[in-house]
Design a protein around this ligand. Sequence first.
Ligand SMILES: Cc1cc2nc3c(=O)[nH]c(=O)nc-3n(C[C@H](O)[C@H](O)[C@H](O)COP(=O)(O)OP(=O)(O)OC[C@H]3O[C@@H](n4cnc5c(N)ncnc54)[C@H](O)[C@@H]3O)c2cc1C
Length: 381
Amino acid sequence: MVTPQIAIIGAGPCGLTLARLLECKGITDYIVYERDPGPDANRAGGSLDIHPETGQHALRQAGLFDKFKQYARYADTAFAIGGKDGNKIFQMGEGRDAPEIDRAELRKILLDAVPKEKIKWGHILKEVTFGDDHRPQLHFGDGTVLSGIKLVIGADGAWSKVRRVITEATPQFTRKTYLEGRIRRDNAFYETMAREFGPGMYLTVGDEKITITQRQGDGSYRIYFGLQTTENFFRTLDLHNVEVTRDMLLSPKYYGDWAERYKDLIRHATDFWAWSLHTLSKEDMNWKPVPGATLCGDAAHVTIPNGEGVNLAMTDALELVTSIEQHGMEHLDEAVQKYETEMFPRAVESIAQGSGIVEAMFVKGPEVFLEKFGPMIGLTN
Ligand SMILES: Cc1cc2nc3c(=O)[nH]c(=O)nc-3n(C[C@H](O)[C@H](O)[C@H](O)COP(=O)(O)OP(=O)(O)OC[C@H]3O[C@@H](n4cnc5c(N)ncnc54)[C@H](O)[C@@H]3O)c2cc1C
C-alpha cells in the first residue's frame, strides 16, 4: 500500500469534505480509508438541512456550492408541530436559508470532487498504534498495517476507532431510540401521507414519545418513532419482521392511543431500522493533543441529532484544513493543536444543544415542547 502523509479514516460528510478541501489547497498527499465496500453501500440516512454559516460556508470554500444548489430543496424547510390527537399547533420555517439535501446526494457531490484513487473502499480500520518513530500505524481488518503516516484524522463517526488513542471518552446511551420507517412513493398510503404531513418536517409530541416525518428528495418519507428504551431494546426485536414491529408500535405502551393518522403511518411503514442515540459529554471535550492523530465530526463530538451534526462535521473539516494550510505540512501537530483548541467550544455548544432539544421533545405534549424549545430558537410567544 502507498503511504500517504495524511490518512483520513471515513468517507462520510466530514472525511470527504476534508479530502475535497485538501485538494483545493493543493495538499494532495492524503488518502481516505472507508469501510464501506463502495460508494453506494452506505445506508444513506435521512435528509440534512445545510446551514449558511457552517455547512454552506464549507461547501463554498470547497467550490461546491453551485453544485449543492442543484440538489438543495428550499421547499422542505417547513417545520410543523402537532399533538398525538392529530392537531397541528404550530408551523414555521418556510423559506428558511437551511435547504435540505439527501445524504446520498451530498455524498455524491463530494465524491465527484475527489479523485477516485484517493478513496480506498473496503478498508476497515481496526486499531491505531504508534511505532518506534512515534507516528501512527493503521491496522486494517484484512491484516494490513500501514506505517510512516504523519497524521491520522479520525472522521470515522460515532464509534471511532481512532478516538481510542486520543481520549478514553465513549459515547453514552441517552435512553432514546429512533426507530426509522419508510413510506415510499409506491406505498398505498403515500398520497394520504403527502396530503396530511406535507413538505419538510412534522414533529408530533405526546406522552414523552415523538414521531418525526421528513420528506426526502424523491418525495418519499422517512418517519422516526422516537421512544425511551433500554439500550438493547431493539436488539431483542426482529425489525425485518415488519408485522411484529408494527404490532409493537401499535401496542398501548407506544402509539396505541394516538390519532388514527399516526397509527396509519405505522400500519404502512416499511424498512424499519433502529438508531440508538448516544452522546459524548461536554466534559469529554478537553483531551490533550496527541501528536500524529486527531478527530473530526461525529468521531470528535457525536451528540443527539440536533440538526447541526453534518454542518459541524463540515466546519471541522474546513477549520482543520485551514489550520494545516496555515502551519504547513512540516508542522501538522501545531496545526492540529490550534484546530482542536477552537473545535472544543463548538463541540460543547452542540452537545448542550442536543441535550436541550431532546429534553424539550420527550415531554407530555406539543405545548410543553414549544415552551421549552421556543426560547432556544428565539421564539418569544
Ligand atoms: C437518525 C439520525 C438523524 C440525523 N439527522 C441529522 C440532521 O437532520 N441534520 C444533521 O446535521 N445531522 C443529522 N444527524 C447527524 C449526522 O448524521 C452526523 O452528525 C454526520 O453524519 C457526521 O458526519 P461524519 O462524517 O462525522 O460521520 P459519519 O456520517 O458517521 O461518517 C463516518 C464514516 O466513517 C466510516 N467508518 C466508520 N468506522 C470506520 C472504520 N473502522 N474504518 C473505516 N471507515 C469507517 C463510515 O462507514 C462512514 O462512512 C443525524 C443522525 C442520526 C443518527
